[in-house]
Design a protein around this ligand. Structure first.
Ligand SMILES: Nc1nc2c([nH]c(=O)n2[C@H]2C[C@H](O)[C@@H](COP(=O)(O)OP(=O)(O)OP(=O)(O)O)O2)c(=O)[nH]1
Length: 111
């Protein structure tokens, strides 16, 4: 699943993999499960951790930790994003990605 950031967010209208920042005391897997629940109203189970990617934006550096997850349930409701789509791995390069995501798109396309 790919999501389009809203006009109100940083990196407006760029596509990303849904997620968010780790909170104090939380591990990375708990973060992705919580963020997907909060942002999309979906329940997931983590299946695999992919290679993390570091990226320098003009104002900050980010480390993105990508996961493959299984969808367990829920009804999709977009709390923050402008759009969400299910796309095949070979369609990922048609979207205008947040720059930090480009190496993750490559990892997925090469699997
Ligand atoms: N979730 C997510 N964020 C990404 C991706 N690529 C990318 O550059 N980012 C950037 C955008 C943001 O600057 C940052 C994630 O912050 P966020 O605003 O989504 O996190 P959050 O939901 O925890 O929000 P907040 O607590 O700061 O309001 O990472 C991506 O694929 N997914």
């Amino acid at each position: 699943m790919i999501c389009q950031r809203s006009q109100m967010m940083d990196l407006p209208l760029k596509w990303e993999f849904p997620g968010g920042k780790v909170e104090t005391g939380e591990d990375e897997e708990a973060t992705i499960v919580r963020e997907i629940r909060e942002e999309l109203h979906l329940e997931i189970a983590v299946v695999e951790r992919l290679r993390p990617v570091e990226h320098d934006y003009p104002a900050f550096r980010i480390c993105l930790v990508p996961f493959i997850a299984e969808l367990l349930g829920g009804e999709l409701l977009l709390e923050e994003h402008a759009d969400a789509k299910w796309v095949a791995a070979d369609e990922l390069d048609r979207y205008d990605w947040a720059p930090a995501d480009v190496p993750i798109v490559e990892q997925l396309r090469n699997r």
